[in-house]
Ligand binder design. Sequence first.
Ligand code: C2E
Ligand code: MG
Ligand code: MG
Ligand code: MG
Length: 273
Amino acid sequence: HAKQEGRNQFAMYQSTFDEGEYKRFLFKSQFVKALADRQFYLDYQPRVELDSGEIQSLEALVRWNHPDQGIVGPMEFITLAEETGFIMPLGEWVFQEACRQIKEWQQKDLPPVRVAINVSPKQFLQPSFVNKIKEILRVNDIKPSCIEIEITESALMKDEPHIIDALKVIKGMGISLSIDDFGTGYSSLQYLKTFKFDALKIDRSFIKDLPQDKALTKMIISLARKLKLKVIAEGVETHEQHTWLLNSGCHQAQGYLYSKPLGASDVEYILNE
Ligand code: C2E
Ligand code: MG
Ligand code: MG
Ligand code: MG
């Protein structure tokens, strides 16, 4: 019924609040309690090696188990978290939780998997961001090679020196770096020269058009391979897409064809299979 309350509040404030302001107001009023009450959790989506079918890595995706709205996906709240500054504590929680989970899986002797974590460009505004990552790895006793950071191409396009500097340190620590949603930024490829990324993830909007409309995906795969980056296809949903990607030299794929994002216990189940 808080949803109801929310509506009343909106009615009450709408003379002074626009909808965006209202959403931020509501998010701010709920976030701290949500974090403390452990309403956030991570699902993990397997990434499949196209040639062997093996799962060597997973992408961690945050969800909010909201007391009134049920399970809310990140598209609904990451932007709000960025706009309100709460992306810092949320992002830190995501990092901490992913590392805790990796340690738990290691202790259960599961086959080793790397976990890819999405990092918002706003998180790099925190001067202590890199040190926090180091501390979380140290406390959880996790090797940097167990972690990958995904940063969107549009964040890299901003060409902000503090982001590039932090990425250099992170890369130097031995954490893998991948470019998320590749192909959706603008076409300056300058940032590819700043240092060596490990992987490039082709945005789902290109994969959706396969195999009919393949020119751009072909070009992205060939670019990645020339730069010796791993290429990962996002959002693979059909066998035709899978076959085309395999035959076109794409290394890994992620998508509903293989698996939806899974809870930690389902991950254990499939890794033990
Ligand atoms: P992303 O990093 O590009 O993640 C892939 C999104 O595509 C996920 O949506 C995933 O569930 C969805 N997906 C995977 N396979 C398929 C498929 O075959 N078909 C379709 N239609 N969708 C597929 P999700 O979980 O809703 O996440 C959306 C975005 O939210 C992510 O896009 C990422 O940018 C952001 N995000 C998620 N978790 C975090 C986080 O912890 N921190 C930050 N900063 N952003 C996050
Ligand atoms: Mg991602
Ligand atoms: Mg993506
Ligand atoms: Mg995406």
